[in-house]
Ligand binder design. Structure first.
Ligand code: PLP
Length: 392
């Protein structure tokens, strides 16, 4: 708890390297596409990297940089890069560090579009990809090839909350000369110190908890290695995926309450998970905070807390459908980590594009429902689920 309060103070008082323009209390939106040079030498120096400043907003923008500084202060990295979407962040953190002929070991349980990106686009570009059960360190070692350059995983993974041993896999990667990239969208830097555990690169869809207000699509990548950051930022420039200044302004507003929001998300999520766990119409609840969950032990060792997004299995697809159609407070929508509670059906929505064999490999069934518990009174969410379950 005291660590949470420290993070809350840190994120509220991290200064911008550009100071407080015009003494503004909140950092302004620099809504400009380009910047004026005093003379031609200034332009040449900026483009030549001899002077710090701004040239063009696809390359950098003060509002975006302040948001990056706030995320970096929570992660404890060497620097952060912000993107126009979580997928943009994933693209730059992977393709920006790989080339044709490299081998990528990817977790088999990932957000559906990440599976599509690696399984289709990367294969077309000549990157060899193996989808592996990263909950087993042995499976990662077994999948290793002479050209393996990166291991990529989500922990807890979307949507079954599969937990991977970040510390153990980081050790394997470093012994064998590869990079470990971890998507920590479900937990945020507040509860999962992935860089401290050994990951080289950590990323998030800030569309979720980090912005939290459900009004921005964006992503962030943080690394403890300046050379990796430079490569990722260069790839972002060339592929044009920088976050917009207006979105960065909203994200600055959002991230400033992240530690305190995560505390409530965690308490509410656990309370709802415990209610579902004892309900006779629920077959199984996948929440890393429950003792019955297979990844519980590693989660307790490596995480400082939990997000509020988890999944549960109903007796049948029909029952799952009825539940999602009878809830009144919970919104039937994809996305997660918003202020209010959202519920969705991974097999036909967020993970609809995942090939059948991978769905089977990761245990993602049609009976599975994903919920992201918001900041409401958790008793109201429980009452809503209870009345919906009575109709299943
Ligand atoms: C774990 C995870 N990573 C990445 C993404 C992609 O983020 P975005 O939708 O912001 O592009 C998502 C989206 O749901 C996600 O759940």
């Amino acid at each position: 708890m005291s660590q949470l309060k420290d993070l809350q103070t840190r994120v509220l008082h991290t200064p911008s390297k550009w100071g407080e323009p015009l003494h503004a209390h909140t950092f302004p939106i620099f809504q400009t596409s380009t910047y004026l040079f005093d003379d031609t030498q200034m332009g040449a120096d900026l483009f030549g990297g001899k002077r710090e400043g701004h040239m063009y907003s696809r390359m950098g923008n003060p509002t975006v940089e302040y948001f990056e500084e706030l995320v970096n202060s929570l992660e404890g990295g060497a620097g952060t890069a912000a993107f126009g979407s979580g997928m943009g962040a994933i693209h730059s953190a992977t393709m920006g560090l790989l080339k044709a002929g490299d081998h990528l070991i990817s977790g088999d349980t990932l957000y559906g579009c990440s599976v599509e990106l690696f399984g289709n686009r990367f294969k077309d570009m000549g990157v060899d990809v193996s989808f592996v059960n990263t909950a087993s360190d042995e499976a990662v070692v077994k999948a290793w090839k002479p050209n393996t350059k990166m291991v990529y995983l989500e922990s807890p993974a979307n949507p079954t909350c599969k937990i991977s041993d970040i510390k153990g896999i980081a050790k394997i990667c470093h012994e064998k000369g590869a990079i470990l990239v971890v998507d920590c969208t479900f937990t945020t830097p507040v509860f999962l110190p992935a860089l401290e555990l050994g990951a080289d690169v950590v990323l998030h869809s800030i569309t979720k908890y980090i912005n939290g207000h459900g009004d921005v699509v964006g992503g962030v990548v943080t690394t403890k290695c300046p050379e990796l950051l430079q490569k990722i930022k260069a790839f972002r420039k060339d592929t044009g995926s920088l976050m917009s200044p207006m979105d960065a302004f909203l994200c600055i507003r959002g991230v400033k309450t992240l530690p305190m929001r995560m505390k409530v998300h965690m308490e509410n999520g656990l309370k709802v998970a415990k209610f579902l766990e004892q309900h006779p119409k629920i077959k199984q609840v996948n929440h890393p905070g429950l003792e019955s969950f297979p990844g519980h032990k590693i989660a307790m060792e490596q995480m400082k807390g939990f997000g509020s997004t988890f999944s549960f299995e109903m007796q049948s697809f029909e029952a799952a459908k009825k539940l999602m159609e009878h809830v009144k407070l919970c919104g039937l929508a994809v996305s997660l980590g918003t202020l209010d509670t959202l519920i969705e059906h991974p097999a036909s929505m967020t993970h609809a594009a995942v090939p059948e064999h991978l769905l089977k490999q990761q245990g993602l069934t049609r009976e599975l429902v994903r919920i992201s518990v918001g900041l409401e009174n958790p008793d109201d969410i429980i009452a809503d689920l209870k009345q919906a379950l009575e109709q299943c």
